[in-house]
Write a protein that binds this ligand. Structure first.
Ligand code: FA5
Length: 339
């Protein structure tokens, strides 16, 4: 009995098997317990001898059991640790950190350049009154120029409300509230009821510029924009002004830089003209100054408006404006210069 019990005990590696073993030998119906109970049936002279041996065996098995119990606990613990092991030498998983949208980056870069030239950055509402978006800018109702800005209307009753088709209404809002000198740039979203193609979105961004003071001239406009273009696109940039028409400026111009993609024939960016138009600009129309209560005999000023997506497209050679708002990370993650 002793040898069998001990052999079995040593083979045990789980608490469950251990409990079974205990019941089999030392439990209430265990073999040894039965044996001890049967002592009474022995002849009286044999009882003390057998009784002593049986009690010794019970103590021995009890001790062996307790020792094995400790060992089994260690075996089980070791197995659990092995199963739950963490390899601390594995490299960590890099969290995915977002990047600023290329349009946001460009807005920051452009407004930064103008901030260093003494311009304040202000913002205004995207939902705008028709009176600010058009009338105060010298575009009366029924004027054909109103169709140039294919407008998305919110309300078309007496008090027209629109999604602003350009940032120019902020010229009015700023001048209404301040006396000259005024020097501001206004970044913001614009919306147009427009067929979307590679260079036109129905939703895009502009940055408006406005400077009004005594004796502001076209030369200031030219100098400021040339400086801006060279900071953004390189010192060697040449610039061009050509006549253009906007109802709220007189004279109006379009401003272009020399094409930096031209390698001789067949340039897809500038269409071989050698020039890339960047923005519309001009001297603030005297009627616009009057509309905000400025004296056009005392004050003059200039304004410009540029498309931000177009600047990004030029800078990085993005062929299609539709990439900007498709939310495709393969496109967006390329602009990962976090400032
Ligand atoms: C204007 O919106 C005038 N407010 C600009 C201005 C301001 C002129 C101050 C004079 C004085 P225009 O419609 O050309 O002008 O738009 C200006 C720029 O916005 C364009 O050169 C272009 O870069 C961008 N733009 C216009 N429409 C879209 C469009 N659908 N998608 C993307 N960019 C556009």
């Amino acid at each position: 009995l002793r040898q069998r019990a001990k052999r079995e005990l040593l083979a045990i590696t789980t608490q469950a098997a251990l409990a079974e073993w205990y019941a089999r030998y030392l439990g209430r119906r265990g073999e040894l317990t039965q044996l001890l109970r049967a002592l009474g049936t022995l002849p009286p002279e044999q009882r003390p001898i057998i009784g002593r041996l049986a009690n010794e065996l019970r103590d021995e098995l009890q001790a062996a059991y307790e020792e094995r119990e400790r060992e089994v606990r260690e075996i089980e613990l070791a197995a659990r640790i092995a199963a739950e092991a963490i390899d601390v030498t594995l490299p960590g998983r890099r969290p995915r950190i977002g990047t600023l949208h290329p349009v946001t980056q460009m807005i920051r870069e452009v407004t930064d350049i103008f901030a260093h030239l003494g311009f304040q950055v202000v913002e205004g509402p995207e939902v705008e009154y028709g009176s600010y978006a058009f009338d105060a800018l010298n575009i009366p109702p029924e004027h054909p120029a109103r169709d140039v800005w294919d407008t998305i209307f919110i309300e078309s009753d007496q008090k027209e409300i629109v999604l602003r088709p350009h940032t120019s209404p902020m010229q009015i809002r700023v001048m209404e509230r301040r006396k000259p000198p005024v020097r501001v740039v206004v970044p913001g979203r614009c919306y147009r009821y427009e067929a979307v193609d590679a260079t036109h979105e129905w939703h895009f961004h502009q940055i408006e510029g406005l400077a009004v003071d005594e004796q502001i001239t076209m030369a200031d406009l030219k100098g400021t924009l040339a400086e801006f273009a060279r900071q953004l696109f390189g010192k060697e940039r040449r610039v061009r002004f050509r006549c253009d028409f906007f109802p709220f400026v007189e004279p109006g111009v379009d401003f272009a830089i020399d094409c930096m993609f031209c390698r001789g024939e067949g340039c897809r960016v500038c269409g071989q003209s050698g020039w890339i138009e960047i923005l519309g600009a001009g001297m603030v129309h005297p009627q616009v100054l009057r509309n905000v209560g400025y004296d056009p005999d005392r004050y003059t000023g200039w304004a410009f408006g540029m498309g931000v997506e177009r600047l990004v497209m030029l800078r990085y050679g993005v062929p299609d404006i539709r990439y900007f708002y498709q939310g495709d990370l393969r496109f967006l993650a390329q602009f990962d210069r976090i400032p």
